[in-house]
Design a protein. Structure first.
Length: 128
């Protein structure tokens, strides 16, 4: 059996019915403060997303500090990481987190062999 996801004792359907300010009461203090301060920005973003989604357009944003609220569940949002837009599919486990947490800004470093003259120690290495 699959366990149903709950957030602070509420099921996903109940959460989607909540107003953004009512949902803020379920969050921890840092996220609650951010949601209440950004209330108008969140509401504008959600309405813009709904309009673009009905037209079939891609939702792109630079708003990495936006807190994920229940009305965003199911959306695929492309979040800017400083270089490209990374597609992020919003799921229930992301509630209360910020969009920027799911769009990594720093890539994995892949070190290769040192080139000639890269460092003093590379002078002692063979050229082959």
């Amino acid at each position: 059996m699959v366990k149903e996801f709950t957030f602070r004792g509420k099921v996903t359907e109940e959460l989607k019915q909540l107003d953004t300010r009512e949902f803020a009461k379920l969050l921890k203090s840092r996220q609650r403060r951010a949601v209440l301060r950004q209330f108008q920005v969140i509401e504008n973003f959600i309405t813009r997303c709904n309009k673009k989604q009905t037209r079939g357009k891609i939702i792109k944003t630079h708003l990495r500090d936006l807190v994920v609220v229940p009305r965003m569940i199911g959306l695929t949002i492309q979040v800017y990481n400083g270089k490209t837009y990374v597609p992020v599919r919003i799921i229930t486990e992301m509630l209360g987190h910020r969009l920027g947490e799911f769009s990594v800004t720093r890539g994995k470093v892949q070190h290769g062999a040192p080139g000639i003259g890269a460092t003093r120690s590379s002078a002692a290495m063979s050229v082959k």
